[in-house]
Design a protein around this ligand. Sequence first.
Ligand SMILES: Cc1cc2nc3c(=O)[nH]c(=O)nc-3n(C[C@H](O)[C@H](O)[C@H](O)COP(=O)(O)O)c2cc1C
Length: 364
Amino acid sequence: MSHYDTPLTFKSGITIANRLIMSPMTTQQSFYNGTVTRDEIQYYVDRAKGLGAVITGAANVQALGKGWPGELSIASDDMLPQLHALASAIQAQGAKAIVQIFHAGRMTHEATLGGVQPVSASAVAALRPDAEVPRAMTIAEIHETVQAFGQATRRAIEAGFDGVELHGANTYLLQQFFSPHSNRRTDEYGGTREKRYRFVDEVLQSVFAAVKQYAKRPFLVGYRVSPEEFETPGIRFDDTLWLLDQLKVTDLDYVHLSLKDYSRVSRDEQHNQQSMLAYAHNQLAGKLPLIGVGGVRTRADVTAVLENAELVAVGQQLLYDPTWAVKLATGADDAMLQVPFKEAVKFAPLSTPLHDFAASFYTR
Ligand SMILES: Cc1cc2nc3c(=O)[nH]c(=O)nc-3n(C[C@H](O)[C@H](O)[C@H](O)COP(=O)(O)O)c2cc1C
C-alpha cells in the first residue's frame, strides 16, 4: 500500500506529485454554449492546491452529447482559448489537469438539445421518472461519435491538458452501449458482451490515435466505470470484471471505479465477500492503477481507499471544503469540515437544482 503523499508515474510518462485527485464534478457554470466561465476557473483554482491532479466535470464531445445546461463543451475548436485558460489555471496550482470527456446519450432531454431528440444505442428510455425515449444511432452516427471522441482528445491536447478521462460511467453513452438495458441492437454493436464492448473499443482506439498523432509531450488517458446497474437486464458486476480485463490490456493509464461509497459491496452473491473496489483492484492485477472514490472525508478514508487502489478521488468534501487537501498535508485534520454525506452538495456553487442533480451521480 502506498502513502497518499508519494508520486506516481503513469504509463504515458505523466508523473503526479501525490495520490489525491479531485473527482470530476460538474457545477453547471459554463456559458449556454459550453464555454468555460471565469467563475468556473476560479472554482477549480480554489480547490487544486495540494492535489496530484484535477479531473474536470464532464465535457461533451458533440452537440448531441450535451447532458445538461451549463455543461462544459469540448465539441468545437471555438472552445480552445477558454479550455486552455482552465488547464493552465489548474496546472499553476501544481496539479495535473485532466478533462473528462463524454456523450450523455439517452441521459439528457430534448429541451437541453434545443428541441432535438436524444440518441442512444437503442430506442429504450432509462428507468427514471423524467426519461425520454431516445432514437437509436445509425451506424454512420456511431462512426461520427467515435471520431468526435478523437477530436475532443486533440482539443484537450491543444488546450494544454495533461490528459483525458473517458466517462464510461454513471449511465452515459459509453455505458449505454455496454449495458444490455440500453443496448438492444442486433448489428455488430449489440448482442453479446463482446459486441456491446465494440463501441467502447472503437472510442478508445480513436482517442489513442489522436494522442499518437497530436501529443508532443506525455498525455494520459483514463477510463471511468460504474460497476453495476439495477436494471434488468443490466450490467452485473461480473460484466464489469470482464470489462476490466479488456481495459487492462489497452494503452490506458488508469481505471476509475465510480462509487458513491468506496466500501460498497456488490449485489452479486459470487462477489460479495469484499468491496467492489477490492475485487476491481484484484482483477486489474497491477496492470493499471485504479482510482477509488466515494465518501472520502478524512485521512482514515484516504488510507482505507489506498488499501485497494493506487489513487483516491475526492468529490463533495472538496466542494464543501476547498482547502481540504492542504489541511491533510499540514496535519490540520481538526480544521477539516466534516459534513454529512448528502449534505455537502447543498453548498455547491449552484445550490437549488444541484442537490437533485447531484443525486443522479450517486450511481451504484
Ligand atoms: C455536484 C456533483 C457533480 C458531479 N459531476 C460529475 C461529473 O461530471 N462526472 C462524473 O464522472 N461524476 C460526477 N460526479 C460524481 C463524483 O465524481 C463522485 O464520484 C461522487 O460524488 C462520489 O464521491 P464523493 O463522495 O467524494 O463526492 C458529480 C458529483 C457531484 C456531487
